[in-house]
Design a protein around this ligand. Structure first.
Ligand code: SAH
Ligand code: SF4
Length: 339
């Protein structure tokens, strides 16, 4: 059942405990008590854009810029694969198109060393349709591009003049190119209303996302949004529950941002319907330079420690870790039909 704007507005008025219960019940029906793992590699903090909210925006001169080499990334993947990870997410700043070939060659090497048994997710910002297609042809499976906010004016402001329309067109290109599609938004942006949250959920639902990433906006001191009010974790928990009800099959991560805002933020997100965790397997030596927001957790822990810690955390909320590849459910269903 698809929820209308009116339905979502009504759901948004429910007490949070009730909403969380409904969302968890829906999650149990579709995904069970499993929490999928995706290894996150923050491969570069070099970015040519200047989003107002982001700690690694190009104008921030207090950032030590880095770019991991292919050899470094492949070594991280190999180690993660041996530990059991079956999805690798490469995330970085947005840079000009001459990097696409290099990304494609990296993707094919990752597919080779993981014997095609692992999925590769990319999160590198807006590219052209032909670039997305090249990435799919090289073997990339999934792409993450949050729409950040469904409010067009707020979008243009926080993205330093770029339009919501360009983001949505890119999401269309991503789907057309053959990726599993991930998007989402930040919760509690400055100037946001209750109605904006409903519009965010509605847009995520219209986009029929395979993966939905949402996390609290956390103001960074070295950005123009420094000093903005911090939203409470409950708003992110509520947004997670609404997203789950609107998109029952979607893979929803309990984000690091939620865990950074509240020590139990990820557990609370899982209780509200999240079914994915993303251990950060970026080398400890550079992790501290990928500060999209302040107070980011696990900066001193390597990937192995992250996975150990996550297993304990999911147990405490009655779930278990799932090492499966965790493809979009629509694809998993097609595979069953074809068999
Ligand atoms: N450059 C790519 C990927 C890296 S940013 C892109 O922009 O799509 C990944 C996500 O981090 C963004 O989509 C945004 O939602 C989130 N993010 C950035 N700054 C943040 C902040 N201050 N608080 C919370 N989330 C933030
Ligand atoms: Fe660059 Fe992404 Fe940060 Fe925007 S959010 S400045 S595109 S890394």
């Amino acid at each position: 059942m698809k929820y209308s704007r009116k339905d979502l507005t009504e759901l948004n008025k429910l007490p949070i405990e009730e909403l969380v219960k409904l969302a968890r019940k829906k999650t149990d029906q579709i995904h069970g008590k499993k929490v999928l793992l995706r290894g996150l590699i923050e491969h570069s903090n070099i970015c040519s854009l200047n989003c107002l909210y982001c700690g690694i925006r190009s104008s921030n001169k207090n950032v030590d810029r880095y770019h991991l080499t292919h050899e470094e990334i492949l070594a991280i993947v190999k180690k993660g694969f041996d530990t059991g990870l079956r999805t690798f997410v490469l995330q970085g700043g947005e840079v000009a198109s001459d990097k696409t070939q290099s990304i494609c060659s990296l993707v094919s090497k990752i597919k080779q060393i993981t014997r095609n048994e692992a999925a590769v997710t990319l999160s590198l910002g807006i590219k052209s349709y032909s670039e997305y297609k090249e990435m799919v042809d090289a073997g990339a499976d999934r792409y993450l591009l949050r729409f950040e906010t469904a409010n067009p004016e707020l979008h243009r402001y926080i993205r330093n003049g770029l339009s919501l329309f360009s983001r949505l067109r890119a999401l269309e290109d991503i789907r057309k190119a053959g990726f599993e599609v991930g998007s989402g938004f930040m919760v509690g942006l400055p100037g946001e209303s209750d109605n904006d949250l409903v519009e965010n959920i509605l847009l995520a639902s219209e986009l029929e996302l395979d993966m939905g990433g949402i996390g609290p906006f956390i103001p960074h001191d070295d950005t123009p949004l420094s000093g903005s009010k911090q939203s409470p974790i409950d708003l992110t928990v509520k947004a997670t529950a609404l997203l789950r009800l609107a998109l029952p099959e979607c893979h929803i991560p309990a984000t690091t941002a939620a865990g950074s805002l509240d020590p139990l933020g990820r557990e609370k997100s899982i209780e509200a319907g999240a079914n994915v965790l993303m251990p950060n397997i970026t080398p400890v030596a550079v992790k501290k330079n990928y500060l999209l927001y302040p107070g980011k957790i696990c900066l001193d822990e390597d990937g192995g420690e992250c996975i150990g810690c996550m297993s304990m955390r999911v147990k405490r909320v009655g779930c278990t870790i799932d090492y499966g590849i965790g493809s979009a459910l629509r694809l998993a269903k097609n595979q069953i039909k074809e068999a």
